[in-house]
Design a protein around this ligand. Sequence first.
Ligand code: ADP
Ligand code: MG
Length: 567
Amino acid sequence: MKQANDLKQLLRQIDHKSYPAYKDTRGSYRFPGYILNIDHVQGDPFASPSKVSIAVSGQEAGFPADTYDQPHKRIALQDHILRLFSRALGQYSFKARGSGKSGLIGVSRCGQEILERTACQMDPKNGSLLVRMEVGFPADGRRINSGELIKILFDFLPECIPQSLYYKKLDARKVQKVKELSEDQYYIRQQIKARKLTAFVANGTILPRESGVSARPMKNAVPFRSPSSLEITLDLPNHGPLTGMGIPQGITLIVGGGYHGKSTLLKALELGVYDHIAGDGREYVATDDTAVKIRAEDGRSIKKADISMFINNLPNDRDTRAFSTEDASGSTSQAANVIEAMEADTRLFLIDEDTCATNFMVRDDLMQRVVHRDQEPITPFIERVRQIYQEQGISSVIVAGSSGSYFHVADTILQMNQYKPMDITELAKQEAKAFPLTCEDAPKAAPPTTSRCPRQSSSFRKNDRIKMKTMGKDAFSINKETVDLRYVEQLVDSEQTTALAYLLKYMELHCFDGRTPLKDIIPRLSAQLHEKGLASINESSYLSSNLAMPRPQEIYACIDRYRGLML
Ligand code: ADP
Ligand code: MG
């Protein structure tokens, strides 16, 4: 293997040459204590930055095996290491100077959630580390300025690598805490299943966030406190006994006056499918990890969704067993979101009235009297929610502050009062008796038929370069087709969005054959991702440094919003 000095020499030789001479630096170089890989070199100073990775052997990294011997612990440790590395190196970005992206040092920035990322991967077999980043190779105009790159590779990196990638240089107590928290979080998730709960929210949790643009915990918030009737105590392996609210399976209603914290609780449940870092305030909130937020999403496209459980006899005789539109209404979009979440094997719907189509959720008595059932294409969710739970085992947590109708169908009713939940199930059921529902039960509906087998789109057949671009967390484009993920609210990181773009490309090229149903493709792909990682879907000569693992539910959501899908 080439040595660090070979690289230094090469860099000195190409100084002031025209930019493409940087290409010769591609390769691996042994530095004291690690290997530097130059995986991809940018074509000019303004192009997307070069890809560089650092490999540290298990022996050199030196992490104790019990900090990474199970996937949840390994992912939490990777996350911790990446945060340290990003913090250490971040201060050096653009310290080396020049034109275009010269001197940029890009390392993933992690948010409050703990995600598996390609930016930092540990091999579970031997504890070796691979950390990926982007570096803007410096230039003056379009001429190489290798002196500045030497600064980055020979001063900045050797400074940051030991203090974030070598166990012996880290604060061992913090590493231990990361491991312990991840064991506790894992335990809570197991208990949710074992005790037939949909979610757990520990007493003392800080639910609200600092602001609409900051995911950090709100200061001086009212800490969460479970109503005693729903209180359970879990005996966490490290924390010890922890008391909180266990939300049972079934249909749970969250009511209460405006501004009393209903949506804030639901939001925490939505994100409870992920683990949170220490200090977040939601460390001990866990939701069934298949939970899907359901909302109205007018304007989305729908491809052959069987929404006949909810919508029938449309005026233009449109077939709702295989309903397609380029521009869905509030109710049809929400119906499709429910059906697609079923296809994605969810066990829990999370619904907030703030983002619902009212006519999808309820129809009041007076309206039923005036507009007869035969004239109304929509069977509202309230008439299906029990059937869905009883026949398919899918629970619902519904925020509803303005309609009492759901009292009749709920198993558990919580009232948020000054940010504190109260269990008002008995009281609300009693009161509801005085207001019987006049609507008959909706006739039973067959569960939706879901066997959609996408064909490969013709734009992927020509062997052209496939262009992909991520627009933050909310969208990506692929071959000029934009996939709008703005309302897929459980996507938390733009790196997940980028990974979805890669996954879609992979499926277009390898899985969409017109015969295999999505119901086979996506579970198989998810299993592959968990076994072999995001690297297994990589088509290029190097693996992108900015991919984060999405859930299968978001892979489905992405395909369902892809207007180029050929069915
Ligand atoms: P609702 O959905 O019931 O109308 P929200 O959940 O939107 O209410 O909360 C209203 C406001 O109260 C928000 O600004 C939120 O940040 C704040 N808030 C929510 N929970 C708490 C809490 N536990 N302590 C302090 N403020 C809170
Ligand atoms: Mg609200």
